[in-house]
Design a protein around this ligand. Structure first.
Ligand code: MN
Length: 247
């Protein structure tokens, strides 16, 4: 079966066969957002991806790297005008990264301010254990007036979700999120017209192997089963959401 697929958060440059996986996305027509964790990786991503039809290169500075790479925000700014796509950025208040949380907030604030002065950017945002503050920062920065935001692997509660929806956020969901009842309940509450799919590969696995963009089909299947929809028609809805966010 061939249905349109969208993997709106994948770290293509972290696979040993980076160039090959780009071609795999092209060949299988998987619309893929290739996020980066450091702006130093952006030029190579851009070089390999910018002329491709199905893959986009995003400019990121991952919150988990901020403790050691805070100065790279200057490099991030240098490339800002070269792409419409920003990610992976955001906040991580997990135990391993909490020490740099204040620093992360200042970097994320700079990123939001830079985007707020721009237009038509699309941001893929990480918000581990920090959803309320991410939403508050989004609201205060007014970044959403002219740009679009995708909350990747959303882990907030129902109240956070309502607020995110009222702000106009999109959500990219992955197969891992179907493993807990709590997160399945959240997925049920997500508006279907704000939904995108992702793998977050290589940080998730499909049959014990790092997920590849093509494996995002699994998420479409899980979501179709949950909603009682046909896979093909759900895939078309997800593709139309992608077209809407990029319009
Ligand atoms: Mn990621």
């Amino acid at each position: 079966m061939s249905v349109p697929l969208v993997d709106y958060h994948c770290h293509l440059d972290l696979y040993p066969d980076f160039e090959n996986i780009i071609e795999e996305c092209e060949k299988n027509e998987v619309h893929t957002l290739a996020v980066t964790t450091t702006p130093k990786a952006f030029p190579r991503n851009y070089e390999l991806i910018s002329k491709k039809k199905y893959v986009r290169a995003a400019l990121g500075l991952h919150p988990q790297l901020v403790a050691n790479r805070v100065d790279e925000i200057e490099i991030w700014k240098q490339y800002f005008d070269e792409t419409r796509y920003i990610g992976e950025v955001g906040l991580d208040a997990g135990t391993q990264y909490y020490k740099s949380f204040e620093l992360q907030k200042s970097v994320f604030q700079t990123i939001l301010n830079t985007c707020a002065n721009s237009r038509e950017k699309i941001l893929s945002i990480h918000s581990v254990r920090s959803v309320p503050i991410v939403l508050e920062m989004l609201e205060r920065s007014s970044v959403l007036k002219k740009n679009k935001v995708v909350l990747h692997w959303f882990g907030g509660n129902a109240n956070n979700l309502r607020k995110a929806v009222s702000l106009g956020c999109y959500f990219s969901i992955n197969a891992e999120m179907f493993k807990s009842e709590r997160s399945k309940e959240l997925i049920r509450l997500l508006p279907l017209d704000k939904l995108l799919t992702e793998t977050d590969g290589p940080f998730t696995y499909t049959n014990q192997v790092a997920s590849r963009p093509i494996n995002v089909l699994k998420t479409v299947e899980l979501l179709a089963a949950m909603l009682g929809q046909e896979i093909a028609s759900l895939a078309e809805t997800l593709l139309s959401n992608l077209k809407k966010i990029e319009s």
